[in-house]
Design a protein around this ligand. Sequence first.
Ligand SMILES: [Zn+2]
Length: 353
Amino acid sequence: MTNRLWSLSIVCLLVSSCGVPLAKPLQDQSSTRHSNPDTTYSSTQVSRGLVESQLDKETTRLNADLSMSPTSFPLSSTTPATTFAPRSPSPNERSTSNVKSKSSPKKATSQPESSKRPSLPVQKNQGQARILQKKLTLSQLVVKYPDTFKLRGSSQEKKVALTFDDGPDTRFTPKVLDALKANGVKATFFVLGSMAYTHPDIIKRIVNEGHVIGNHSYSHENLPKLSADKFQNQIVSTESILQGMIGYAPKLIRPPYGAINEEQVRWIADHHYLIVNWNVDSLDWKSLKAEQVLHNIMQQTKPGSIILQHSGGADSQDLSGTVQAISPLISKLKAAGYTFVTVPELLHVTKGK
Ligand SMILES: [Zn+2]
């Protein structure tokens, strides 16, 4: 009888020490994170998708706002689609997905009201703050960082700046330079580090003929999709190449597609650069005829305008219309009382950092 009582006591002790209170939280934690991987992954995908879709919308919205269009670029290895590598979800995203998993009634009932719950709202808010930060549109960034992000000069002076992106190349850049020289007009060329490296002689010609050089990244990446390191490398490597050729580190940066995010704007501000987009888009990258290029520019130009054209592009792009439009454009705008200046002259800043 005594032995039986002892056996019963031992069984009771074993049950209480290995029972629900200790084992359950570990099981719940495990089930939340791992037992339903599809739910967790899809929640993570949703968070990531939201951020990217906001950035896409942002670029699209700016395109509409500024009447600009993303160009395709010849270097296939540099297109956003091929360079964007899906990243692992961050701890905050995991937290956000955990929050969502735990909101299901089934999990809520099996979740003890202890330990983990108090920390969830904080994690959730952090995740939301991260997403909200990336939701600022480019138009909002221009308003928030007026000293760093420019689209135009003063409307008080009847001056405009011609800008040419994506060069230097050997097909169109020399012809653009010929047309500018024939009309005695100085312009601003936002060049790619990769193209400058390949065609240093044309970079030197641009500078020798009195034009200004700006930084258009190394390989025409969609900057908001790059890591901080890769973004900075796009700027700094191009600057190094250019500085050796032209004798100054360009202060002006034009991001490819005009696209940039707030973190990158802050870095640019901290490093004393200036972002220069535009408020007149010729749409010449569509291989338009000269008449159409001319019409597009004349329709939008106002005092202080920064006008976007191209002096280089993909093999499939024909910029003959750009070249042919230069002389009549200059004639028409001069007849309307405009004078032509470089971007640093228009914005009253230095061309070098
Ligand atoms: Zn470009």
